[in-house]
Design a protein around this ligand. Structure first.
Ligand code: HEC
Ligand code: HEC
Length: 182
């Protein structure tokens, strides 16, 4: 009896000691996301204030200087008034600055950064050279003249996991057209 307890507790201890070297599902998911995507938006204030008209764009899709410019112009935001209260403004600005593309080591964020010149301050993700290049083979009729898409800014119309920061081809489904193979 005692021996059994000793053996099982030895096995148990060994298992506990082994845990740190075994990768959990979360680790694997994070590794995959780092290599294929950008980090998802996590700030509750950001999600609340910046996802009523479009998806909450992951902050790693633009550099800090772009987010600053966007936040400074919320009163006249792409033809809408997207002004917010001072407290949310502060929280969201801090969140965007900390998680922007120039602070991120996620692969897509770095590709976006490499496509920009140091003095480029784009306020559209859809107009950064990297994102433009990735979509330049999609015919206009599938975007502009597609009621379920309208604009490339509508990332989640085609990328089912856009809000989570995943853009690999497996997740692409263009409304009225389907999967994209090239
Ligand atoms: C009242 C509606 C509204 C709210 C609220 C709003 N936006 Fe927008 N936003 C728009 C519209 C409209 C566009 C242009 C979309 C298009 O061209 O298809 C846009 C576009 C954008 C784009 C550019 C997308 C692209 O790549 O072309 C960014 C970035 C953005 N918004 C950030 C924000 C942030 C940050 C907030 C929160 C502080 C916010 N938005 C809140 C209406 C809104
Ligand atoms: C009309 C549908 C559509 C919209 C809207 C769209 N995409 Fe895409 N996106 C695609 C397709 C299709 C591809 C694959 C292109 C290819 O492989 O030639 C793609 C590729 C990409 C890639 C490269 C993925 C890879 O594995 O190389 C990224 C990153 C991306 N999109 C991000 C975005 C972001 C960010 C937005 C919104 C600002 C967006 N997309 C909006 C259809 C769309």
């Amino acid at each position: 009896m005692k021996k059994t307890i000793l053996i099982s507790s030895t096995i148990l201890t060994a298992c506990v000691l082994m845990v740190p070297v075994v990768f959990s599902d979360d680790d694997r998911r994070e590794y995959r996301q780092r290599s294929v995507g950008v980090a998802a938006a996590t700030s509750p204030a950001y999600k609340e204030e910046c996802s009523s008209c479009h998806m909450a764009y992951p902050p790693g899709l633009l550099p800090e200087r772009s987010w600053k410019k966007i936040m400074a112009g919320l009163e006249t935001h792409f033809g809408d008034n997207a002004e917010i209260d001072a407290e949310s403004f502060k929280k969201i600005s801090e969140f965007l600055a900390k998680n922007s593309a120039d602070k991120s080591d996620y692969r897509r964020s770095q590709k976006i950064m490499r496509s920009l010149r140091a003095d480029d301050v784009p306020i559209r993700i859809s107009e950064t050279p990297y994102i433009k290049k990735e979509h330049d083979e999609i015919p206009e009729k599938l975007i502009k003249y597609n009621d379920k898409v309208k604009s490339i800014a509508n990332c989640n119309a085609c990328h089912s996991k856009a809000e989570q920061g995943l853009y690999d081809e497996d997740g692409v489904n263009i409304p009225g057209f389907g999967r994209w193979d090239d």
